[in-house]
Design a protein around this ligand. Structure first.
Ligand SMILES: [Zn+2]
Length: 268
């Protein structure tokens, strides 16, 4: 019931052009969208977006927003002052990112950013956090990640690759030294296989300790969290909004959802 009310509200707000207004107010800023899996069933991944929905969302973004690229060395390409700029990112590097998402992105001419777990990339194995959750993980092909051959192909085709740590650990439980070791080792490994710069990093689940940031900033030029909000060109620590269903995404991209969350948090 709550879900239906929420969905109806988002549809209504889109219909009466509220997203249009927020797009105008936030023009020139950068919104980073976070996807995980493009797969039709939510059986294994609660945050999965169906292929049909992903295509619908990209069509919408293409029409109303300026979709930008962030290069391997962390430079923004194609920023606009007249529209909200959108960067599309993916975390974890599950195989559907390569098999399903990349061909769609290529059709739209979009260069997305993929944050990969470096220990998984050698052979495209199941990440440890999935192994802990699903004892029968070996029987489920969807749990594999991309391997190093596929990652190289992704890079060649214009996608960009960042680090998502060595093995998807919760860095908020690490000391500064341990977090730096993890971030640095994952960067070095990805650099070796890609034969390219790796200047972007995303915290698993967005978990970190504030005191780790100055040291990790020395390793990577761009660091992505899951704190909601817009970004500016020179930001080192970037906000990201996770994408859900279509109308939630419409309100996320425009900044309406951030505004509503702020409003309700202030009231509580
Ligand atoms: Zn992750």
């Amino acid at each position: 019931m709550k879900y239906l009310i929420k969905k109806t509200c988002f549809i209504f707000l889109e219909w009466i052009f509220v997203n249009h207004l927020f797009r105008y107010l936030n023009r020139g800023k950068i919104k980073v969208l976070l996807y995980h899996n493009i797969i039709d069933s939510r059986l294994f991944f609660k945050n999965a977006i169906s292929k049909k929905s992903f295509i619908k969302q990209l069509k919408y973004l293409n029409k109303y927003y300026n979709i930008v690229t962030l290069s391997q060395d962390g430079t923004w390409i194609g920023l606009s002052k007249k529209k909200v700029n959108i960067l599309i990112t993916f975390d974890d590097g599950f195989i559907n990112n390569y098999e399903v998402a990349m061909p769609i992105l290529l059709d739209f001419g979009i260069n997305a950013y993929f944050f990969l777990i470096s220990d998984c990339v050698e052979e495209g194995v199941v990440p440890c956090f999935i192994k802990r959750q699903y004892p029968n993980h070996d029987c489920i092909p969807e749990f594999r990640t991309v391997n190093k051959i596929q990652v190289k192909e992704m890079l060649q085709k214009g996608m960009n690759i960042g680090s998502h740590t060595i093995s998807h650990n919760d860095l908020s439980k690490f000391s500064i030294t341990e977090a730096v070791y993890d971030a640095d080792k994952s960067k070095k490994y990805l650099k070796t296989i890609l034969e390219n710069n790796v200047e972007s990093f995303a915290f698993p689940w967005g978990f970190y300790k504030e005191e780790q940031l100055p040291s990790i900033k020395k390793i990577f030029r761009r660091i992505f969290t899951v704190k909601h909000g817009f970004n500016l060109k020179d930001d080192h620590i970037l906000h990201r909004n996770e994408v859900d269903e279509d109308y939630q995404m419409f309100a996320t991209a425009s900044g309406l959802l951030d505004f509503l969350k702020c409003l309700f948090q202030q009231k509580n």
